[in-house]
Design a protein around this ligand. Structure first.
Ligand SMILES: Nc1nc2c(c(=O)[nH]1)N[C@H]1C(S)=C(S)[C@@H](COP(=O)(O)O)O[C@H]1N2
Ligand SMILES: [Mo]
Length: 363
């Protein structure tokens, strides 16, 4: 079933003849199996693990297809589960500047905000790159809730956990300028995929900053404060400074660069097929990040093979979500192959330049 869905995705993506005319002549193509990625963490996928700050759900990217680009609530990645010290018995109020705003008022003003992808800035191979998902959100643009002339705000969320974490620091707040809010269209989200926010995703209200790393998308928002130009960086900002590609760990919030996600791409699924022409490799992948139109990627398997061109149809208008691409070639020779992509026409690709999203297979 999943394979059929994947094939349909390829058809939808514009590959009407996955194997070309030669294969039609040569006869049927037979699916022989998945070529798994190696040397990635053995984390369980699509399953909640851990509690509180260490709570995670790694989304299985291999099953993405045209019909599942908006990820169901239960499969959307989780980084930090609902704090156990959060008391849902009390009415939720967000302190906005000098007013206490009841959650009902924010919900009443919420409207569709479209599909936006979130990616954890710590989305590494150790987690099979599963800390990334897209959903459809409803909410209220943050600028609409602020007094005119506000130049810098600090958005904070509830983050008290009775169990400390070895890896993560409690306390979640990020400072954004009016310019950041206007440019990204940052909004307070009260709904995900048509329903209320699930608790683990910040019920009843979270921040979504389209195009920025997930660490800026504060969950369980309870305070939005106006701050001055000399506002110190928060502990949360400092914790995520290197993961959001800051120069060192700036002491002041104003010295943080926008935590934007550059254009990036990676393979998500390699399939081995048998055809009359010989064994074939079909590669499915995703592209996301940046805000520009991208039409072509360069796929490398390492120094032993020439780089191959991959057509990708990623208009700027789709940049808030992710886009599927696919590529087909003869089966790789026996050996270990590291797949990396480049996007020469993209404005900036810091992670692709570092081979951050490299994925290896053994044939
Ligand atoms: N209150 C609070 N908000 C938070 C966090 C947190 O630990 N506490 N983690 C951040 C990080 S690092 C990420 S990647 C996103 C994850 O959102 P998700 O779990 O809904 O996918 O939430 C952000 N918001
Ligand atoms: Mo994150």
């Amino acid at each position: 079933m999943q394979r059929r869905a994947f094939l349909q995705a390829l058809l939808v993506a514009g590959c009407a003849r996955p194997f070309g005319e030669e294969d039609e002549r040569d006869g049927e193509a037979t699916f022989e199996g998945i070529v798994p990625f190696v040397d990635e963490g053995a984390v369980p996928l699509d399953t909640l693990v851990g509690e509180g700050l260490d709570g995670r759900l790694y989304t299985d990217l291999a099953r993405l297809d045209e019909g599942s680009l908006v990820v169901d609530d239960e499969l959307f990645y989780v980084r930090t589960r609902t704090p156990d010290r959060l008391d849902y018995g009390r009415a939720w109020v967000v302190r906005i500047v000098d007013r206490d705003v009841a959650i009902e008022q924010i919900v009443a003003r919420s409207r569709p905000m479209g599909v936006t992808l979130l990616e954890c800035s710590g989305n590494t191979s150790g987690g099979s790159f599963g800390l990334m998902s897209a959903a459809e959100w409803s909410g209220v643009p943050l600028v609409e809730l602020l007094p005119p002339g506000a130049s810098r705000v600090r958005v904070s969320g509830f983050d008290e956990h009775s169990r400390p974490s070895a890896r993560s620091t409690a306390g979640a707040s990020w400072v954004l300028t009016a310019d950041d809010l206007a440019r990204t269209g940052a909004f307070l989200a009260t709904s995900m995929n048509g329903g209320p926010l699930p608790r683990d995703h910040g019920f009843p209200v979270r921040l979504v900053v389209p195009g920025w790393y997930g660490c800026t998308c504060i969950k369980w928002v309870n305070e939005i404060a106006l701050v001055g130009d000399d506002e110190p960086a928060t502990s949360h900002m400092k914790e995520f400074a290197s993961r959001t590609h800051q120069a060192g760990v700036p002491a002041l919030a104003r010295d943080f660069a926008p935590a934007s996600i550059d254009f990036a791409a990676m393979p998500i699924r390699l399939e081995r097929w048998r055809t009359a022409r010989g064994p074939r490799l079909r590669i499915g992948g995703i592209a996301w990040g940046g805000d520009e139109t991208i039409g072509e990627l360069l796929l490398s398997f390492g120094d032993a093979l020439p780089v191959e061109r991959v057509v990708v149809d990623r208009p700027a208008s789709a940049a808030r979500s992710w886009t599927l691409w696919h590529h087909e070639r003869s089966m790789l020779p026996p050996g270990r192959w590291a797949l990396t992509l480049r996007a020469p026409s993209a404005k900036r690709t810091r992670r692709l330049d570092q081979r951050f999203y490299a994925r290896a297979v053994v044939v």
